[in-house]
Design a protein around this ligand. Structure first.
Ligand code: MG
Length: 165
């Protein structure tokens, strides 16, 4: 018999997000405000790292996507701190799931994100109630190619795994 969802205790999820740079906005990634002449445009604080992590967690739990839970047509989410949405996502997973780990790759041509990776890890870990040791943030450029390479915006990939209690 094939393994079914009762026997499989660890589920993996994947998330992606991108936002465009815009002047006059704060640049917030992974809950960390990063000095840069432009921020990211969006209805919320446009934190693409947190949004990708939310979709990875929702994916792992088969709970749909961020747009279903936090629609950008909803005025409650205008300018919202995306870490609050991450906390709400953790509540959606509820008592049924533990978060095992989170892994993030940020594609940004500018600015250099290396100095901020550990602070992003700490923010994500704290909101999810897990150790920073199981939260990873990687940053790279896109070698000048595409919208990331042209510095039009950033793209983020995230993976998460969760375990049934
Ligand atoms: Mg987003």
């Amino acid at each position: 018999m094939r393994k079914n969802s009762k026997k499989v205790r660890v589920h993996a999820g994947f998330g992606y997000d991108s936002h465009r740079f815009k002047k006059g906005r704060k640049f917030i990634l992974g809950g960390v405000e990063i000095p840069h002449p432009k921020g990211l445009d969006g209805h919320s604080d446009a934190d693409a790292v947190v949004h990708a992590v939310i979709d990875a967690l929702l994916g792992a739990a088969a709970l749909g996507d961020i747009g279903e839970h936090f629609p950008d047509s909803d005025p409650r989410y205008k300018g919202v701190d995306s870490l609050k949405l991450l906390a709400e996502t953790r509540r959606l997973l509820g008592r049924r799931w533990d978060v095992v780990n989170v892994d993030v790759t940020v594609l940004a041509e500018v600015p250099k994100l290396g100095p901020y990776k550990n602070r992003m890890r700490a923010k994500l870990a704290r909101v999810l109630g897990i150790s920073v040791d199981v939260v990873n943030v990687k940053a790279k450029t896109n070698e000048g190619m595409g919208f990331v390479g042209k510095k039009e915006g950033v793209a983020v990939f995230a993976a998460a795994s969760i375990e049934k209690k």
